[in-house]
Design a protein around this ligand. Structure first.
Ligand SMILES: [Ca+2]
Ligand SMILES: [Ca+2]
Ligand SMILES: [Ca+2]
Ligand SMILES: [Ca+2]
Length: 177
């Protein structure tokens, strides 16, 4: 979630607890302003407020409020790389990789690249078995999953003539042979 110059009614910053008590873990919130109200923001040591080093947070038009051109992908050295928690990855309820498996962990980031991906140049500071998920919706340095053969309507022996249909999933180019 990215919020720029956001003003809550009655004051507060990106997070303001009035009567509730929010618990925040493994998040990066930068530029947050003061707390108001009687609620408690449970902010543990896993969080941070360092600049996430987005590739271009205000986009080519240099305006953070025009989000269409803003680029929230991470840059090298971002504190968000390999610092998330694999345990809180949601399941793939909408089957983003179209493999008919919805009980697996979300396999792709917003670009369709591997959601769990290690940046070897960044020490892992997150939780889980490596590779560690990044904070945010993009995984730094990740690549698209390899195309997977989902089904073949029929199989032909080498040298035989005929046609059959196949379906694949993935975002890399596939060369029929
Ligand atoms: Ca912009
Ligand atoms: Ca990662
Ligand atoms: Ca799936
Ligand atoms: Ca790493």
């Amino acid at each position: 979630m990215c919020i720029n110059d956001y003003g809550l009614s009655g004051g507060g910053g990106g997070i303001s607890c009035v009567t509730s008590s929010a618990c925040v873990t493994r998040c990066t919130i930068t530029g947050n302003s003061g707390k108001r109200g009687s609620g408690v923001l449970n902010w543990d040591a896993s969080n941070g407020d360092a600049d996430p080093l987005f590739a271009d947070a205000d986009g080519p038009d240099d305006d953070p409020d025009t989000i269409g051109d803003n680029n929230y992908r991470l840059s090298a050295g971002s504190p968000c790389i390999d610092s998330g928690s694999n345990a809180v990855l949601p399941t793939d309820t909408t089957d983003v990789d179209r493999d008919d498996v919805t009980l697996e962990l979300l396999p792709e980031d917003l670009d369709g690249n591997h959601r769990l991906w290690d940046d070897p140049a960044t020490p892992d500071s997150g939780e889980g078995t490596p590779p560690i998920v990044d904070r945010g919706v993009y995984e730094y340095g990740s690549i698209p999953p390899a195309p997977v053969l989902l089904a073949a309507e029929s199989l032909k022996q080498h040298g035989s003539v005929g046609s059959f249909g196949i379906s694949v999933t993935g975002s890399q180019a596939v060369e029929p042979r």
